[in-house]
Structures are given as C-alpha cells and as structure tokens.
Ligand binder design. Structure first.
Ligand SMILES: [Zn+2]
Length: 91
C-alpha cells in the first residue's frame, strides 16, 4: 500500500476542516481550487458544504432578527445527521 495514498475518508475530513475557512474566504486561491474540485467529485462533502453555507446564512440573519429556538435545534440536528452520514459512508 502506498503510504502517500491516504484513505479517502481521511482526505474528506481534511477537506471539511479547510472548508470552514473556504466558506469564510480565508483560503488562498490554490486551496479554493482543490476544495472546489473535491466538492465536485465528492457528494457527501458537497452536501456538507451546502449545509454549512445555509447554516452560516441562518446564523448571520439571526444576528439581526432572533432565530426561533426550534429552527436552531432543527439545523443543529441536521448537521449531526450529515456528520454521521459522512462517517458511515464508505465511499
Ligand atoms: Zn469528500
């Protein structure tokens, strides 16, 4: 086994960690391109990315107008579900 050939799910978790900076536009262009490419190839990561952006938009909006507790709970629950899906999914 090639030691440089890291497991796919490990690569995904790295991408997801960097994705938070990507969403905040804190990555340089090269990193953005790599993450964009990965999101294009990897369904679970793309779903997580879309969810993350949705949550971020919700949080920003709730700074202005108070978000209902139930909505926040539902969003947090959904995040956990997606994270579980990513860990379980062997792809
Ligand atoms: Zn991935």
């Amino acid at each position: 086994m090639n030691p440089f050939d890291e497991p796919y799910d490990q690569h995904c978790s790295e991408i997801l960690q960097r994705m938070f900076f990507f969403i905040d536009n804190e990555l340089d262009r090269a990193d953005c391109a790599e993450i964009e490419q990965h999101l294009h190839d990897c369904g679970p990561c793309l779903e997580k990315y879309n969810l993350e952006r949705t949550v971020k938009a919700l949080v920003q909006r709730s700074c202005a107008e108070h978000a209902p507790e139930t909505l926040r709970d539902r969003v947090l629950l959904r995040i956990r579900q997606v994270q579980v899906d990513i860990h379980i999914d062997p792809a």
